[in-house]
Write a new protein. Sequence first.
Length: 93
Amino acid sequence: MRIEERLYTLRYKRDEQPHLMVKDQELCKRCNEEYGSPCIGVCPANVYSFVKDRLVVSYENCVECGACKIVCPFNNIIWKYPRYGLGIALRYG
Ligand code: SF4
């Protein structure tokens, strides 16, 4: 099963309070120059993208794997689970 098909088996209850944020946009620019933004490469759900020199975080797509927090070389991601009952859930099962 391809990753896109697996992602389709999830549903998401949006938490209005973002559970992902970056601490410092300047560090994101530096990370992009020095390391090529590993968060963008590792995220299976395309949560991160650069738009006009800013790292945009589409947290509502997150599948809560935790990989981005681990690979960030500057520990620049604030990561917590969505509030109780919100976030991802399996659609089947
Ligand atoms: Fe992407 Fe996983 Fe980080 Fe969520 S926790 S933003 S799915 S890498």
